[in-house]
Design a binder for this molecule. Sequence first.
Ligand code: FES
Ligand code: FES
Length: 152
Amino acid sequence: MNIIVNGISHAIEVEPDMPLLWALRDILNIKGPKFGCGVGLCGACTVIIDGEAVRSCQTLVGDITTPVRTIDGLADDAGLHPVQQAWMDEQVAQCGYCQAGQIMSAVALLEANSSPTDDDIDAAMTGNLCRCGTYPRIRAAIHRAAGELAGA
Ligand code: FES
Ligand code: FES
């Protein structure tokens, strides 16, 4: 089967019931999405499909019909994505394990809602857990990125 990840088409030979997270990490060597819980509870494996933040551990690769975006494809030759830069500026990460998933959920949120309220952010980010408790800095970074994107 073929899947498109970060704009690149890949032919992969896997069982269609393989979770997308496995295909990304173990077959395609795309390591941005992280394995946290494997059961859809933590958000560490979040990718974007059809504009939605999706748990790749709960998505079967055989069900993929549209392009997949992972954190590995956010930056380009011009530099970091504004959400990544905001994360740096707010020094969000602590251990960092959850942050790739947090950033992908934030990107999906801001692409759907360019000026989210605190409640919007809390609703969009509720499925992304952070055992280090970086939630206040995540919220600040999303507001900062919204401002940057509005001025872009
Ligand atoms: S690893 Fe997918 S939600 Fe936790
Ligand atoms: S920064 Fe450590 S789990 Fe979120």
